[in-house]
Write a protein that binds this ligand. Structure first.
Ligand code: SF4
Ligand code: SF4
Length: 330
């Protein structure tokens, strides 16, 4: 790390630690803690596939060991039916895989169409690298019912893209973004471009302003998760940093109050963020053996929350920098 990079990292880490302290303090000082447990789950994650067409340096996809799987259409419908059968009303689903790109699933439009036909589902969101996001597919997805999308890409520089996303599709992604911005469905879907960039000033590129003026919201990531120790600092480039450590994880993780994640093979895990293989202590079971209601009523979620309070974290959570405490609001 150069002196300039180290100075920036120190400044950003300092701000992050203040944020951590304030989050922890709000949690410990609240008599209402833990909150919203009765509303659980407030959403559902569904992994339509665990296959990806990129291989980002900051992502644990490169370490995934479970077989490549596409969720069968019937299983997807069953998942949606079981979820709304829990009594959920006006609830959202996320189609972002633990690792994988949802556009690789050729049945994605059909799946979204089914989810949209269920009146209790409101928001349908997914994150994609946009390599396959032609205007034609975008229109089909929006017509099917997709209304929120995050596009993950590097800064607007082909060499940087190749270094971070480890494929040669930069020109294609940029072409896709321009095309969807000119689609008459563009305003029907809330879209944010999330830059995973190594550049200090990504806004110095003309494409940054071009896409802003086309109507994209653009954000950037400074900090990246270590995927429970799998991603090391030296895998990241330039202005990409690992999130600083927290002093304490005595408050249950916010993920345990949001909703479970159904993996492409029917495994259900309490946290779709970092349970890469679906085999950690966060695993609640499989739809091939039990219903979703049985798994959520089994007491496992409550037990996982209690383990945080007892200081006995599941192994996958110990070194997870994606942790955030379930404080009053999330
Ligand atoms: S596109 Fe997404 S899932 Fe694929 S390697 Fe990159 S971060 Fe991971
Ligand atoms: S600490 Fe990490 S792995 Fe554990 S529940 Fe939270 S986000 Fe998931």
């Amino acid at each position: 790390m150069s002196m300039k990079t180290r100075a920036l990292y120190s400044a950003l880490s300092f701000l992050f630690r203040i944020k951590y302290f304030s989050e922890d303090w709000r949690g410990v000082s609240s008599n209402n803690f833990p909150v919203n447990a009765d509303d659980y789950p407030t959403g559902l994650g569904i992994e339509v596939t665990n296959l990806c067409n990129a291989n980002c340096v900051f992502c644990a996809y490169q370490y995934r060991e479970r077989p490549t799987t596409f969720m069968p259409h019937e299983m997807f419908r069953n998942v949606i039916d079981q979820y709304v059968g829990l009594g959920k009303d006006k609830t959202g689903i996320g189609l972002t895989p633990v690792v994988g790109d949802p556009l690789v699933d050729r049945d994605l439009v059909g799946k979204i169409k089914y989810a949209r036909s269920v009146s209790q589902i409101n928001n349908i969101h997914m994150t994609t690298n946009a390599i396959l996001l032609t205007q034609e597919l975008f229109d089909q997805l929006v017509d099917a019912g997709l209304n929120m999308m995050t596009i993950s890409m590097s800064g607007f520089d082909p060499r940087e893209y190749e270094r971070i996303y480890r494929n040669n599709q930069y020109a294609n992604v940029v072409k896709n973004l321009r095309a969807i911005a000119h689609s008459n469905r563009f305003k029907k879907c809330q879209i944010e471009i999330g830059l995973r960039t190594s550049s200090l000033f990504p806004w110095l590129k003309k494409e940054y302003w071009e896409f802003r003026s086309l109507g994209f919201k653009i954000s950037r990531n400074w900090f990246f998760d270590n995927w429970s120790g799998k991603i090391k600092e030296d895998a990241l480039h330039g202005m990409m940093f690992l999130r600083p450590e927290r002093r304490s994880k005595r408050i249950p993780c916010t993920m345990l109050y949001k909703g479970p994640h159904v993996l492409a093979d029917g495994t259900i895990t309490a946290c779709g963020c970092r349970d890469l293989e679906g085999t950690s202590e966060l695993r609640l079971g499989s739809l091939k053996e039990n219903s979703m209601a049985e798994m959520l009523d089994s007491g496992k979620i409550e037990n996982l929350r209690q383990r945080f309070l007892n200081g006995d974290l599941p192994d996958v959570c110990r070194d997870c920098k994606h942790y955030s405490p379930a404080t009053l609001k999330y």
